[in-house]
Design a protein around this ligand. Sequence first.
Ligand code: BJ8
Length: 427
Amino acid sequence: MAEEVDYYPMWESLGMDTASHDALLGAVGQMYGSMYLTQNNRPASTSYLDNFATNLHSGAIKEKLDAKESGKAKKIIGSFCLYVPEEIVTAAGGIAVGLCAGADFATDEVEKHLPRNTCPLIKGFTGFKLGRVCPYIESSDLVVGENTCDGKKKAYEFFATQKPMYIMDVPHVRTDETKQMWRNEIHRLAERLEQETGQKITAESLAEGIKVANDKRRALQRLYHARAFDPVPISGLDSLLTVQAAFMDDPVRLTGAINDMAVECEKRGAAGEGVAPKGSKRILYTGTPMAVPNWKLFNIIEKAGAVVVGEECCTGSRYYKDLVDESGTTVDEMLDAIADRYFNIQCAIFTPNPGREEDVIRMAREQHADGIIDCSLQFCTIYEMESFGMEQAADKAGIPYLHLTTDYSTEDAGQLNTRIEAFLETL
Ligand code: BJ8
């Protein structure tokens, strides 16, 4: 039996509030038990995810701190957004970690600094910092933010009083000029990261960073395609957690685990084995990202008897659908290739943003979805705005559509359940 490790000294050395952290871990553990461990007929390879969830705030952080101490990695670099390229972080000797928070914490404290009517994702990460309950935030040496939505960019002004921050300027329209601006911005980030880690980015290290991230994306693409079977071999909940893990877990190890899941799902698909009976209603999710432990909506959909077969969002296809071109040979060429790949992320901060609708309809067809559920976090104006065009696109394609708005509380669970069940009945 593996020896029990005492993680309290590590959490204390990070300056965490261990009593509050115990309460958070207790609540998340309970949620995981009731949402994940009650699922039927999961692929055996998803045991990797259970381990990941168990170790998220303990062994997984220790591994990163140990890598830093041994000199294998120089710095831990946190970020909140898909526009921050992990390839550059790893090429500069950093470890990239995602810091978005999927739960409310220290809300009273948060509301002393941010308006009450702020998106829960923003309040979540601010609360995790103020409550000192997130080892990823506490162990980050530098946090890279970005000018995306108004809420995030203004919240970073406060967050920068709590942690060292560097802000990237993300364009909001796609033209040749803004593409060039964005390339320059990516080059600036590379310089800033080199400065932070003290390690020069070389053609070799950047090529390796690109390959590692692309391999992870290829594995995720393969898993996504395996979900086109009926019955569906893996749940939306497990697929969501797999992408959530991609922001925190060791990339090479995780890629191996995702490939194992994909192989098992392909076999299950061919053998007609699934997590829900053949003919269960199939849902394509689109909308705002879902950070750990925001599993609420998928849990409601799947406990109602449907299954999520794809997710067009930053904790879904936007993370893995496009690869970085691997043909560059110099650092400059590779940085440009990275910039071009990230410039095409279909986030609602861009205007216009027709690619997102096209992706949603394409994915709904690929995965044989019976309906689309488009969900925005409360007070996320840009995704709320896009829901009108999304509904029209779905109508035009003849795919039933439901728009929902929610937050991180459990208060609306009953209401969401009623709306989702009513929607499923119409399919
Ligand atoms: S690339 S989706 S990760 S900006 S939900 S905080 S948009 S008010 S998270 Fe996002 Fe980057 Fe775009 Fe993706 Fe603001 Fe909306 Fe909240 Fe959001």
